[in-house]
Design a protein around this ligand. Structure first.
Ligand code: HEM
Length: 467
């Protein structure tokens, strides 16, 4: 037979389990990429992995062979935690295709303009929250993106973090991110009997978390939907994802399931990106000066931007592209899985291989001096956006025409609205200690599929009052 793609030497049974930095696996994969090239083969506990280190190869596989490369890894953990029927984890097949069709109705490029008022209204709410209570800016970003996701999905306006639906959603996201880790997915593959440990068994934390997650999923797929329907009967249906589906005569059950997945896919990814923006601004005050200079020159002082100003603010847009390049919120995308075996450039790729698109590696190796935060990479000599800038940033939303993020156009507007509104109002700076010295900020990212910056202190100054 044909050889596997090149890769690090494997030990019997464990394979490469001890070669990977599980906290920041993208660092390991990027190192491997430098040694072995665009395609790296690895194995852990009998599971095949293919790491794809170049954007071009990722597109050749995911776009041109999408029927082979669009599945998701099969793991019993999704069923245990009750999330196996949500779009991001669904296996390639009819149910997934139906959900993608429903998402397309409300999220395609030519319909997302209708959410722009909602984005701006929510961005102003974000601004007020930061003005009132700057210390908890992380929480305000989570509320901004969570509220947008819920209003988009159910037409429900969220007034604050105590809203019962947002607190339910947050509890669910929390249980999921703690419960469904890569290590557990691996452990369950190695010791499948773990899923039969009875609930009463001492130390069965895993089972308790799974049960709690299933209960929360069940509540979350019923409650907001029921509220939206009730509202529809009394005051008419607010335009939303759910209303789009119901007016198209689609089945209620498909609508409910798809809606639940949207919140989980939309909220955390966008708020992580906004936190990375603030981190980048604190670390690069000169870039922040440029953003402010552009805003003041184009709009005049103390004018808050709206979407009609977007084209005239190329530097701000370049900053957003650079945020995603500098540290992608999904450094390794979301894993794909092969439905059949394949041969690519003379290499054999088995059926059932987990395919990891190393976006972090791509955004580091395909640019010079990659650690430097430099928005001008995306601008030409006249300060206009390079024609390829938008396309270059599409990799941060994943790969495969049919599997890539369906919410990317919505996310793009949500990020822009928040960035434009809060950056026109505030300057983000290093916080000071009681002696007046700057508190140094070191960029540290938490492990996980979505890479959040670890909490950092920050001083937020009103640009116009100086307070
Ligand atoms: C900055 C914000 C966001 C980023 C960086 C992001 C990125 C991603 C990535 C990398 C994937 C995996 C694609 C792949 O399999 O290759 C994904 C999937 C997905 N995203 Fe997003 N996303 C964002 C916001 C959103 C929003 C706002 C929504 C909905 C309104 C959304 C809905 C989804 C859904 C439903 C999936 C699963 C698609 C599938 O498995 O078929 N995302 N996203």
């Amino acid at each position: 037979g044909l050889p596997y793609p090149p890769g690090p030497k494997r030990l019997p049974v464990v394979g490469n389990a001890f070669n990977i930095d599980f906290k920041e696996p993208y660092l390991t994969y990027t190192e491997w990429g430098k040694i072995y090239g665009d395609l790296v083969y690895s194995r852990i506990f009998g599971q095949d992995f293919l790491i794809v280190n170049s954007e071009n190869t990722a597109r050749l596989l995911a776009d041109q062979r999408s029927s082979i490369y669009s599945d998701r890894p099969h793991s019993p953990i999704y069923r245990l935690f009750g999330i196996h029927h949500m779009t991001p984890g669904l296996q390639y097949g009819t149910e997934w295709k139906t959900q993608r069709k429903l998402l397309h109705l409300s999220l395609r490029n030519d319909v997302v303009d209708r959410y722009r008022d909602m984005h701006l209204r929510s961005a102003h709410r974000l601004l007020e929250n930061i003005q009132r209570d700057g210390k908890n800016f992380y929480e305000h970003f989570d509320l901004y993106t969570g509220a947008l996701a819920l209003e988009f999905t159910y037409g429900r306006r969220i007034e604050g973090k105590d809203d019962p639906i947002i607190s339910l959603a947050n509890r669910l996201a929390d249980v999921m991110s703690k419960g469904i880790t890569g290590e557990r997915i691996g452990l369950l593959r190695a010791l499948p009997m773990l899923k039969y440990v009875p609930l009463w068994f001492p130390g069965a934390t895993f089972q308790h978390e799974a049960q709690q997650c299933r209960d929360l999923v069940a509540a979350f797929s019923e409650l907001p939907f029921a509220v939206a329907k009730k509202q529809a009967e009394t005051s008419g249906l607010q335009p939303s994802f759910v209303s789009d589906i119901l007016t198209h005569g689609e089945e209620e059950s498909a609508a409910k399931v798809t809606a639940t997945g949207v919140y989980l896919a939309a909220a955390e990814s966008s708020s992580a990106t906004l936190k990375i923006l603030i981190l980048a601004m604190i670390l690069n005050p000169g870039v922040q000066d440029e953003v402010h200079a552009e805003l003041d020159a184009v709009l005049g002082k103390a004018v808050t931007p709206t979407f009609k100003d977007r084209e005239r603010l190329p530097y701000l847009q370049a900053v957003l592209y650079e945020v995603m390049r500098w540290h992608p919120a999904f450094p390794l995308g979301v894993p794909h899985f092969t439905t059949t075996s394949d041969v690519f450039e003379g290499y054999y790729i088995p059926k059932g291989t987990v395919v990891i698109f190393n976006t972090w590696g791509m955004s580091n190796c395909e640019y010079s001096d990659p650690e430097r935060f430099d928005p001008t990479r995306h601008l030409d000599v006249d300060g206009k956006l390079k024609p390829e800038a938008k396309q270059n940033s599409s990799k941060y939303f994943g790969f495969g025409r049919s599997r890539a993020c369906p919410g990317r156009f919505f996310a793009d507007d949500a990020l822009w609205a928040a960035a434009a509104v809060i950056m026109s109002a505030f300057r983000f700076e290093q916080a000071k200690d009681p002696l007046g010295n700057d508190i140094e900020v070191v960029p540290v990212f938490r492990p996980g599929v979505i890479s959040h910056p670890a909490p950092f202190q920050c001083s937020i100054v009103d640009r116009f009052t100086g307070s």
